[in-house]
Design a protein around this ligand. Sequence first.
Ligand code: GUN
Length: 293
Amino acid sequence: MSSARIIDGKAVAADLRAELAKKVADLKSQHGIQPGLAVVLVGEDPASKVYVRNKGKQTVEVGMHSVEHKLDENTSEADLLALVQQLNNDPAINGILVQLPLPKHINSELILNTIDPDKDVDGFHPTNVGRLAIGERSLVPCTPTGSIILAKSVQPDLTGLDAVVIGRSNIVGKPVAQLLLRENCTVTIAHSRTRNIQSVVKRADLIIAAVGIPEFVRGDWIKPGAIVIDVGINRIEKPDGKTRLVGDVNFDEASIVAGSITPVPGGVGPMTIACLLKNTLEATLMQKGLPSA
Ligand code: GUN
């Protein structure tokens, strides 16, 4: 039984890619510029390989230039740093993404902080974190951006909503809270040490769940009619020994109470690559001194 509207992340992502393809075509015809995205993958992590393949495919589909650097698991930190610096200096490359996780012998923070902030399409560089915090033009992490676009797909103006973010990571919780502030929400960040978290969540008109705990948010925590954006992707074992993907929200319970909800899979996940391409276009425009498209 489900009374909530199910937010179709695949469809919203496809719309965004179509919009980007048009903007990329306009940029080419009007300015002779083709955005270029470089993705760097070190090692053989299977999930990362799938993700990188999808990125490459979608980059080309929207008309951008796609470059992939696949490096051996044993690549040295110095060699990876040299590659990042080479990409920083390459005028055909407007966006650089170094796929995480990196092998343990490499200092991820050092690598990410070496990426030119203007090419940092992940939005992880401290310069971009600071720009976002003070409301300057900035490259914003992809998953938070996708989460906001999905919330706005059901309620275009989020002004005045009580938004509760569950989770305080640098990749999702903190940046999504900044974006919600920018959308004029009243923002609460709840986390593992929050007291009486159920009652905090219950106040929310908009819930962004990004804790990484399978089905953490229960149906009776949710205010009737609330918008629920589930960022979690957790693989759990079923009684028959097979596995399935679930979010940070108990979907069966929540979808009876919520006004609208993103499924897992098929919600926030598909938005991430589309937002990466959006960032690649934005990075290109910033570098060329052009306004946001
Ligand atoms: N690995 C899984 N998700 C991501 C992401 O958004 N960015 C990077 N760089 N690596 C990832």
